[in-house]
Design a protein. Sequence first.
Length: 360
Amino acid sequence: MVKHILILPGDGIGPEIMAEAVKALKIANEKYSLEVELEFDDLGGAAYDHYGVPLADETLARARAADAVLLGAVGGPKWDTIEPALRPERGLLKIRSQLELFGNLRPAILYPQLASASTLKPDVVSGLDILIVRELTGGIYFGQPRERRTLDNGERQAYDTLPYSESEIRRIAKVGFDMAMVRNRKLCSVDKANVLASSQLWREVVEEVARDYPEVELSHMYVDNCAMQLVRAPKQFDVIVTDNMFGDILSDQASMLTGSIGMLPSASLDRNNKGMYEPCHGSAPDIAGQGVANPLATILSVSMMLRYTFNQVQAADAIEKAVSLVLDQGLRTGDIMSDGCRRVGTAEMGDAVASALENL
Ligand code: NAI
Ligand code: MG
């Protein structure tokens, strides 16, 4: 059956890294007879420039009709001065919420070849393989009311709202427990229940869901302690489940355990495992257009797409293997560069993965 994939390169380094992910996807398509058909459209700043909005209705319709979406990254100083509702990041938030992609899986795996690329001691991070499950369509990034206003005394004030409903918490908690069941049956729920009402409900509902998963060892941790523990002893974790903003921050932090944010893929799934796949990083305006960005996070996102949405385990494994082989060859983009390795650009890295995949 033909699988329709909508490709949204976005802006900044998005188009550069996406070109390399598409190379890998096309080879996997041939080699494993995946029957994928690719469609391309704009999101974020690229969409603002093209359509005047960061997510056009026709693009959203295409995303709904597709079997999966592959996204690069969006955002950048070029669009910093436009009105907030039209900023590139708004397009990203809108597509996530419109497609109800509430379950964001962010694996942080240290490739053994990159042990020296991490800023942490090898014994702290070696063998690291954790999964952060981030709630993606609720919480403070979406909460209403949000407002910026001028007080009577002339002072500017702004506020956001952090709401979570029981059903939102329950469905993401289930994703966390389900992931724990197919991994090491250990789940840490991260919140700020000592201060926030939304976190108190979070903890309560997670405890309720836990009753259906007696085999899973559940713990709770405050987010500030979790930030500390991730750096002190990250291997104590297996699956972490947390809210939208905490997950955003903790997964960037976890990325540095793996050497670079350029290594972290992600899957954002709805209740039917239909999904959008994207690297965890942003559009990296500081290096955009230079051909030096690491495309591996996006290539690994293709692997997650084949695994989670299309159940093509062999092709998904092959892409991961190809990435590992290229790291064995000593090829490194600047962000993961270390002594004795060969520095390559985005396209050379992508070509190397494509050829490793071809020759598997
Ligand atoms: P960022 O993730 O774009 O960059 C942070 C740092 O990591 C930069 O030094 C960058 O050069 C580096 N980096 C990121 N990806 C890399 C890669 N593949 N290879 C090598 N180095 C890489 O985060 P930042 O700078 O906070 O945000 C830049 C823009 O991206 C902002 O407009 C932000 O809103 C947007 N953003 C978009 C996201 C998305 O599209 N999913 C996620 C995060 C931020
Ligand atoms: Mg982020």
